[in-house]
Design a protein around this ligand. Structure first.
Ligand SMILES: N[C@@H](CCC(=O)N[C@@H](CS)C(=O)NCC(=O)O)C(=O)O
Length: 208
């Protein structure tokens, strides 16, 4: 087993690799960072993972993709530093997992779909499909709006890994003006609360 630092590959610091940067900063994990030209990846980057996705993490001879899975794994294996994941015996564990999967599998893919359309070079396709995507995002975010009216974080009183995954994708939807303030006041107060964290200010993932 190698003692080398984990190596994080990403396109830029505020993309989905930003989730891992945020988590590592919260946990005090030192890592190396490498930026990849995703439009024209170098052979050594294709060799790291054939999908050349951001993020890709290499640690102890293993390669990991999927930002939420990376964050969950590293938070669970470093919980003695800062506890960002409810333990299996914790009553909030089921709800924590529910919201983590909700944001990563029911919300995040809508953002990827929208990005492919927005930068896909087909304005007619963007115009045709954007309203449907916005409607789905808004319907799902109403669920989070209701939840966040009664608690500061997705899993309850405590900041967890689910908030890292949610805080990023919700910020991106906010910037694309999918989430008007009048309709989502609790949700936007939540993203503001997350942006105010020292770790977020240090790494500047929302600054680009
Ligand atoms: N579900 C994956 C999505 C990863 C992903 O698609 N990342 C984007 C950049 S943020 C990407 O690599 N896009 C390029 C591509 O799909 O080829 C995750 O959360 O890590």
């Amino acid at each position: 087993m190698s003692d080398a630092k984990p190596r994080l590959y990403g396109y830029f610091k505020g993309d989905r690799s930003g989730r891992v940067r945020w988590l590592f900063d919260e946990l005090g994990i030192d890592y190396d960072s490498e930026f990849v030209d995703f439009r024209n990846p170098a052979p050594e980057h294709v060799a790291v993972h054939p999908l050349v996705w951001s993020p890709t993490l290499v640690a102890q001879g293993r390669t990991q993709i999927e930002s939420a899975a990376i964050c969950l794994h590293w938070a669970e294996t470093h919980r003695e530093r800062v506890n960002l994941v409810p333990a299996e015996t914790d009553a909030t564990r089921g709800e924590f997992l529910q919201w983590l999967f909700f944001v990563s599998s029911s919300l995040d893919p809508l953002h990827l779909q929208y990005m492919w359309l927005k930068f896909g070079g087909d304005p007619a396709a963007l115009e045709a499909r954007k309203p449907g995507i916005v409607a789905m995002v808004q319907e799902r975010c109403e669920v989070l709006e209701t939840l966040l009216k009664s608690r500061p974080y997705l899993a309850g009183e405590r900041f967890t890994v689910a908030d890292i995954v949610a805080g990023t994708v919700l910020s991106w939807f906010q910037w694309d003006e999918f989430l008007p303030e009048a309709k989502y006041p609790a949700l936007l107060a939540y993203t503001a609360r997350l942006h105010a964290r020292e770790s977020v200010k240090r790494i500047g993932i929302f600054a680009d």
